[in-house]
Write a new protein. Sequence first.
Length: 201
Amino acid sequence: MNPLLEHLTVRVALANVSELNRSWQSDAEFCPETKVYLPLSGSAYVAWNGVRHDIGPGRMMLVPPGTPLEYALTGPRMDILWAHLDARLMGVLRMADCVPTAWSVVAEPEDTARLRRLVALFGASGDSAQLEAQGLAMQLLSRFILDTYDPGAAWRRDILWRFEPVFRYIDNHLGERLRVVDLARIAGLERKLSELNWEME
């Protein structure tokens, strides 16, 4: 089990169902959140990192955050459920940078139901609505997670895990004066900090 996933938080930035026409196109959109698309009818393509992905009914798609995105319809119209999610580990690192994911999965009836419910909850006030929306978003993201080893993601995960005690210490001492030397000691970097101070003198 990936211990970092115990520290996953998801914020639903946007969620909607849209009827798209040929005006839905871009050759360089930037979105800081993870995008989840579930087409109900019609066809389109979405491209990032130089790779084109055709989308249509029967598939649910995940677009990583911070990716310059090109997209357009390939038919006259499309009905689509979609959500923009900010998924972070320990409130700092984007989940997509540490956890290998697929770009597309076969859409199950539960996926459609979850996205429709997420759309219904978006903008609702109240703690229960917020918690339900976060749970639905996590369930949707879980459909894309690959149980494979990615050396780059593992390296980033290990680095972040080293700082987990520091994040916990900061969280437990909010409102108090925090010293860098104490945080460095907790992270096991006290010697490095001393070397850096010596070099700066």
